[in-house]
Design a protein around this ligand. Sequence first.
Ligand code: T4K
Length: 372
Amino acid sequence: MPDPIFITRPYLPPLAELMPLLEEIWETRQLSNNGPFHQQLEARLRELLEVDHIALVTNGMVALEMVIDAAGLAGEIVTTPYSFVATTHAVTRGRLKPVFVDVRPGDLNIDPARIEAAITPETSAIVAVHCYGNPCAVEEIDEIARRRGVRVIYDAAHAFGVTWRGRGVLGWGDFATLSFHATKAFNTFEGGAIAARTAADAEAIGRHRNFGIASEVEIPAIGTNAKMSEFNAAVGLVQLDHFDAVRRARAAVDRRYREALAGIPGITPLAIPEDVVPNHAYFPVLVGPDFAISRDVLHARLAEQQIQSRRYFYPLLSNLAMYRDLPSAGPDNLPVANRAAEQVLCLPIYPELAAADQDRVIEAIRAAARGG
Ligand code: T4K
C-alpha cells in the first residue's frame, strides 16, 4: 500500500524558532488578553494585509459570527451557497435569514449581476466569499451596497495575503474575516481575524471580542470571548516569516499541476485572474461531462490509491436539510452553483508536497482519463 497523500499538510516552522517566544510566555505568564505577541501580530498583519484595523480572534467561524453580532445586522443577508458550511451557519446562528444568490462560472464567487434583485427592504448586508482566494467582484458589490444602503462582509477565510490589482484584498468591504486554521495558507493552529474599514467598527469588534467590556466599569455590549491566546499569536509571528516561501512553494505545485493537466479532456483547473497574486491554498479542478468518469468516481478512484481529494464545496449549502426549504434555495435559482458542486474536486496542494507524490496524483488522473 503506498503512503497516503493528504489534501493538505499544515506548514510548521522550525520548532527552534518558536522556542524563544514560548520561553518568554513562560517568563511573563501573559497567556492571553491582548498580550505582547497578540499586539505584535496584529501590527504585522495590518502592514502585510494593508488594512487599517485588524482584530485577532479564535477562528474564522467565530470571526463571522462576531461581525454579524457586533455590526447589529438584522433581517435578511444576501449570500452565496457555494462555500464551506461556516458561512451560512454564521448567518443563521445570528438569527438572520440567508438569501442565496447564484455564483458566476469563472470564479464561483457570488454573481454581482444577481445581487440587486435579491435585496429587499429587509436586507441588512451582503456576505460574499472570496472562494479559493479568488477575489469577488469587489467594485461592483461595493457600488451596489452603497447605493442600496446595505453593509458588505467578505468571508476571506481563503484569501490570506491575496492581492488584487496590487493591493491587499482584505481592504474591501466593511469587514473581512480570515481563518488561520491548520488547513489554511497561513495557520496559527486555530485562529482567525477580522479586518474592519472604520475605527468605529474596529472598536465595536474589539469590545465584542472581550465580553463587550469597554473598561473596568463599563460594559456597553453583550459580547463574547473570542480572544486569541499568546501561544497562537506566537505561532503566527513565527509563521509570518515563512509566508513568502510557503506561497512560492505552493505556486510551484500549482504550476506543475496546470502544465501536467493541460489537454486532459474534461479536467479544467479553475483559472486565477491575471491581476491577482494568489496564495494557492487550494487547487480546484472541474471534472466535466467529457471526462472519462464522473467526479465522484474519480474521487473514489484516487482514494483507492491513498490519494485524498476533497469535494470542497459539496454538498451545496442550499441543499442541506436546514436550508433547502428557503425560497432562494431552489436549484433553478442556483444552476451554476449546483453544477459546480457536482463537478469540483480539490487536489492535494501544500508547500512540502514532494514532486514524486504530485506525480502520483497526476498519473492517477491520467490513468482515469485513459479509462484505466
Ligand atoms: N469560511 C470559509 C469559506 C471556510 O472555508 C472556513 C473553513 C471557515 C469560514 C471557518 O474557518 P475556521 O472556523 O475553520 O477557522 C477544513 C477546515 O476545518 C476548515 O477550516 C476549512 N474552512 C474547510 C474548507 O476545510 P476539513 O473537514 O477538510 O478538515 P480535515 O480535518 O478533514 O482536514 C483535511 C486534511 O488536512 C486531513 O485529512 C489531513 C490534513 N490535516 C488537517 C488538520 C486539521 C493535517 O495534516 N493536520 C491538521 O491538523 O475542513
